[in-house]
Ligand binder design. Structure first.
Ligand code: BGC
Length: 257
């Protein structure tokens, strides 16, 4: 059984068919640049381009970098403000000619990591029934969060926008902040450590999973997080997690391709 996942990001829109049993991409992903200034119609056209690239006719799920409630996009920190209050699920359905689920990108990445990646591996290694929530963070253009309590997602948590030292946390500790400010791993790692310590104080988590493309370089920064008591593990699906999670959420009533 396959479904198609699309992950809309600030710089790229990527997608691929996903094998749902394995929770892995069934074909190499295809990516196009996110249109600027990223108005909803233009982005929906680009999403269609990604889906059509594979001549895909089956179920589609879309991950969006903002709050999404019942298919309505309610925030757009790194996207065009025209998304705010927009019925993104209907917009995508019109462009793709079938029902589409739209969800927050970090929530999508989180459900993929919990079902097929680092969250699952952690739970299998040693069941810890009394531990606190698992917090999956995606460190990319922004910081996305997915919080799981006893494995159940609490959607749209937006922990990347917590205040950290007087700033929006994602402007300090995202992968983009590291690049934009030309920070070395040690300096950026200290910021990440401050951010995780703040989350630790608020949530007493049982596990942090750190995702986004930067998770491929986890060995450069995980050793820097010395003061964090909560176990911290890198995501396993890296930048594919949003695609896999979106596909997992795709409406299944469609014909298979
Ligand atoms: C958005 C979140 C999103 C995260 C990662 C943040 O700026 O507010 O909704 O999950 O970026 O894309």
């Amino acid at each position: 059984m396959q479904a198609f996942g699309v992950d809309i990001g600030g710089t790229g829109i990527k997608g691929a068919p996903v094998g749902l049993e394995a929770g892995r991409l069934a074909l190499s992903r295809y990516e196009v640049a996110t249109p600027h200034p990223g108005k909803p119609e233009d982005v929906a056209d680009a999403v269609r381009g990604v889906v059509d690239h594979f001549r895909w006719r089956g179920p589609v799920g879309v991950a969006f970098p903002g709050v999404v409630v019942h298919g309505i996009t309610q925030s757009a920190a790194n996207m065009h403000p025209g998304w705010i209050g927009r019925d993104a699920a209907s917009l995508m359905a019109e462009h793709l000619g079938r029902p589409v689920v739209v969800m927050n990108d970090a929530d999508a990445a989180g459900i993929a990591e919990m079902a097929h990646g680092a969250g699952r591996r952690w739970a299998e290694a040693a069941p810890r029934p009394e531990s606190g929530p698992t917090i999956v963070l995606t460190l990319g253009t922004g910081i996305g969060s997915a919080v799981f309590v006893d494995g159940v997602l609490m959607p749209n948590t937006e922990l990347g926008h917590l205040e950290l030292d007087g700033h929006d946390a994602e402007t300090q500790a995202s992968a983009r902040a590291r690049k934009a400010e030309g920070l070395g791993w040690a300096v950026w790692g200290r910021r990440l450590e401050r951010y995780l310590a703040h989350l630790e104080m608020l949530f007493c988590p049982g596990l942090f999973v750190l995702g986004g493309g930067i998770s491929r370089e986890a060995d450069r920064f995980l050793p820097l997080l010395r003061s964090i008591r909560t176990p911290v593990v890198p995501a396993e699906l890296h930048n594919d997690a949003g695609i896999v999670g979106a596909a997992m959420a795709a409406p299944r009533s469609q014909d298979r391709p």
